[in-house]
Design a protein around this ligand. Structure first.
Ligand SMILES: NC(=O)c1ccc[n+]([C@@H]2O[C@H](COP(=O)([O-])OP(=O)(O)OC[C@H]3O[C@@H](n4cnc5c(N)ncnc54)[C@H](OP(=O)(O)O)[C@@H]3O)[C@@H](O)[C@H]2O)c1
Length: 329
């Protein structure tokens, strides 16, 4: 095995916990540090996951030579600042999705990675789980024929006592499109490519954020993607990839653990595609592989893909009328 990549986690919230759990199962990685805005949270998180180094303040982690890479797990609006802080400190960065609130920020972050000669990857774990890889392989092998449509819903509802969450704050890049719609747009691009001719969209709103967005993407070859995302509406989180020979149905389309094939000739088949752990292991291993090879970008979760999807989110926000303070800068 190559050198272990020494990670530090920035932020101690929900997703930081999932990452800290997953990294235990990745032999190429080692979790050596955590940084929080407060020493209390850094200590608490450090104790929970037995992390030797705890920083009160993100800046201190950026200056430390005890880590090689940082995982950015703060709200979207903090991704640019935290990522650039770490990259200027010479750290490789894996940044939670959406990597940036808008295209301007994504471009600045990618430029910062170049300037500092470090690896920057959006944590689009969904692209790297076994279910996605299997479905892409089936499609490539022509099992579904020519792909003519994609449907994906990622819709959840927050509880009444969670209405202060950053997903409802425009200043944090809140709203369903950036939070989970980003998965649907990625999903559509994996199976239908990038030749989008036009996009139409409608949203419902809460506090200036989109609480429910439905988007239709029409491709130059006639194919259509139907996507929805929500923060205040539950829907079955299902996806479909429709081809001329049949379709694939996947629960939790962004990271399926089972693929159901329904073919026009009457054949039906279920293919199990379980995660190794909680679904983050593959992305951590992939990131370590890129870092160990000295790559400055992932060949799978590419900067071009991140930028392409960020531009689509900008376009959809423009159609439905969602703006963030970051758009004014
Ligand atoms: N990949 C996935 O499946 C997935 C799932 C959920 C979320 N995410 C992404 O992960 C990021 C964080 O989401 P989360 O659900 O983990 O959020 P969260 O539970 O609210 O945690 C965010 C953490 O960031 C730090 N933080 C820094 N500035 C903050 C601010 N202004 N407001 C609140 N917290 C702030 C806090 O840690 P300290 O105070 O300790 O520094 C906080 O615990 C988001 O970008 C989200 O899109 C990804």
């Amino acid at each position: 095995m190559e050198n272990k990549v020494r990670f530090g986690i920035v932020g101690t919230g929900t997703i930081a916990h999932r990452f800290a759990e997953a990294i235990k199962n990745v032999p190429e990685a080692e979790l050596v540090a955590v940084a929080s805005r407060t020493s209390e949270n850094a200590e608490k998180f450090g104790d929970e996951f037995n992390i030797p180094v705890r920083f009160a303040g993100y800046e201190k982690m950026a200056q430390s030579d005890l880590i090689d890479a940082a995982y950015i797990a703060v709200p979207h609006s903090g991704h640019i600042e935290c990522s650039c802080l770490m990259m200027r400190g010479g750290k490789h960065v894996i940044c939670e999705k959406p990597m940036a609130v808008n295209t301007r920020e994504a471009e600045e972050m990618l430029a910062c990675a170049k300037e500092n000669n470090v690896l920057l990857v959006e944590a689009m774990w969904a692209r790297l789980v076994p279910g996605t890889i299997k479905l892409l392989e089936l499609v490539k092998n022509g099992v579904l024929g020519e792909i003519r449509g994609v449907e994906g819903k990622f819709c959840y509802t927050m509880d009444e006592d969670e209405m202060d969450h950053h997903v409802f704050k425009p200043e944090n890049g809140g709203g369903s499109l950036l939070d989970v719609g980003v998965y649907g747009l990625n999903f559509a691009s994996w199976y239908l490519g990038k030749d989008v001719e036009s996009i139409s969209a409608q949203s419902d709103f809460y506090n200036g954020t989109d609480s429910h967005t439905c988007a239709i993407l029409k491709y130059k070859n006639g194919a259509i993607a139907e996507l929805s995302s929500a923060t205040l509406l539950r829907k079955p989180n299902e996806g479909y990839v429709y081809g001329t020979r049949g379709y694939a149905h996947v629960n939790r389309f962004y990271a399926p653990q089972e693929i159901e094939l329904v073919l026009n000739d009457g054949k039906r088949e279920k293919i199990a595609t379980p995660y190794k752990g909680n679904g983050f292991e593959e992305q951590i291993a992939h990131f370590c592989d890129c870092a160990n090879k000295g790559l400055k970008e992932s060949p799978v979760v590419t900067p071009e893909q991140t930028l392409y999807i960020t531009k689509q989110m900008d376009e959809i926000r423009k159609i439905v009328g969602v703006t963030y303070p970051q758009d004014e800068q």
